[in-house]
Design a protein around this ligand. Structure first.
Ligand code: GLC
Length: 411
């Protein structure tokens, strides 16, 4: 080989050897709900990329509500589309996704280190079908500054809340100030809206998967929410309010009390918030004579069964579900940890002091019914809550509609 040819061959080899690692990069695409701070997850993923050469991760977001996201994922997964490798799933969905064959099992992780409710939600037929991303429950957010100004304690019952809201809104004389914001739109969150006062009366919706419906408790639940709209505690068009609307209105300083999930805290303390330093978070009020109840929320990481990168996707999910990431997301995005000891972690409670008392709330939060037909259960409840708040059905009619439809679904 003459010298020139050798040099040229060497140059080629050099190019090839530089190009090889780039060609070998595994590109993972991960789906994250847009409501749950994808920009902060991005930072956690940057740290993963930095210590995992050869893996690049891109984020896709979509839909601002749980069921909008589910609808999108249903389309992608029904088409067996391989473009998404990792999916974040609302706690109500891993069982459904696993049953449909849309997620792969993610064995090899000891689930006993997580809060028991999430170990349970992610285990189907003895298999681990997803790993916990973050915990969640609904809380009562309130304007601490306004309650202090009027010498009012956070309300323990919904009646107390009504009185407190009236005192404050009458006193403030600000036409934009709402007493209470909650979710009345026909979204997944409205299922929990219905269940809060229902459960608070000591009633269960299902017993061993069968319907155990208390008609009277259901009427009272629907009537309570409707009364807030009718007496001006909530705004007239509460039937159009979704979770992130509540978050935005509260953050803008236009709401005294709000029912919301943990993610709303970080943004209420952020640079764009009108209420930073003025927010308190407490357990939700109870029905008279009942106990405070809340819905178990949370999101889970699943690996798409159609991903061409099963091993890499599972490794990424194990990382995203680790104590390290749970702590990072608790501090930076106020997403509740899935590990019990992090609720007392000094860095976490510095960022969200109320997390110190939140573990007990999460541990006693009630799960929505677990059934392969959950989508129908959800649709029934959320559309009825919405119809009652919009004045289309009375609470009595709403309770009967829920009862007769659920009877057919949960047989
Ligand atoms: C929160 C909860 C989730 C729930 C949703 C309803 O994101 O974590 O479980 O379904 O709100 O809007």
């Amino acid at each position: 080989m003459n010298r020139n040819i050798r040099a040229a061959a060497l140059a080629c080899a050099t190019i090839v050897s530089f190009a090889a690692p780039a060609l070998a990069d595994t590109e993972l695409k991960i789906y994250i709900s847009s409501q749950h701070q994808p920009n902060i997850w991005r930072k956690a993923i940057d740290q993963y990329e930095a210590k995992t050469p050869g893996v690049k991760v891109t984020i896709e977001t979509g839909g601002n509500t749980s069921e909008a996201q589910a609808q999108y994922l249903n389309t992608v997964m029904s088409a067996k589309d391989p473009s998404l490798d990792v999916l974040i799933l609302d706690v109500i969905r891993p069982a459904q996704f696993a049953a449909a064959g849309w997620t792969s099992d993610v064995e090899g992780k000891d689930l006993s280190s997580y809060l028991p409710a999430y170990a349970e939600a992610n285990t189907v037929g003895g298999k681990t079908v997803a790993l916990p991303a973050f915990a969640d429950a609904q809380f009562l957010y309130y304007r601490k500054d306004l309650l202090d100004k009027y010498g009012i304690q956070p309300p323990k019952s919904w009646d107390e809340l009504k009185t407190a809201a009236k005192t404050i809104t009458d006193g403030e004389k600000n036409p934009n100030l709402q007493g209470l914001s909650f979710q009345g739109k026909a979204i997944e969150g409205a299922v929990c809206t219905f269940l809060l006062p229902y459960w608070s009366q000591g009633k269960a919706l299902t017993n061993n998967g069968r319907l155990s419906f208390d008609h009277d408790a259901a009427v009272k639940s629907l009537a309570l929410w409707k009364s807030f709209a009718d007496d001006g505690t909530a705004k007239k068009n509460i039937a159009e309010v979704a979770t992130d609307d509540t978050r935005k209105e509260f953050q803008a300083g236009n709401v005294v009390f709000a029912v919301n999930w943990s993610y709303a805290w970080a943004q209420s303390q952020g640079a764009e918030s009108a209420v930073a330093g003025k927010v308190g978070v407490a357990r939700l009020p109870a029905m008279a004579g009942g106990e405070s109840a809340t819905c178990l929320g949370g999101w889970e990481w699943g690996v798409s069964a159609f991903s061409a990168h099963q091993d890499e996707a599972k490794k990424l999910v194990a990382y995203l579900s680790s104590p390290e990431v749970s702590k990072f997301m608790a501090i930076n995005a106020s997403l509740l940890p899935t590990y019990a000891d992090l609720y007392k972690d000094g860095d976490v409670t510095k960022a969200a002091p109320w997390f110190a008392d939140a573990l007990q709330v999460v541990e006693t939060a009630k799960p929505r019914p677990v059934t392969p037909r959950y989508n129908e259960v959800s649709e029934t409840i959320r559309t009825t809550v919405n119809a009652v708040l919009a004045g289309v059905s009375t609470p009595e009619e709403g309770a009967s509609q829920i009862e007769s439809r659920l009877k057919r679904i949960l047989r």
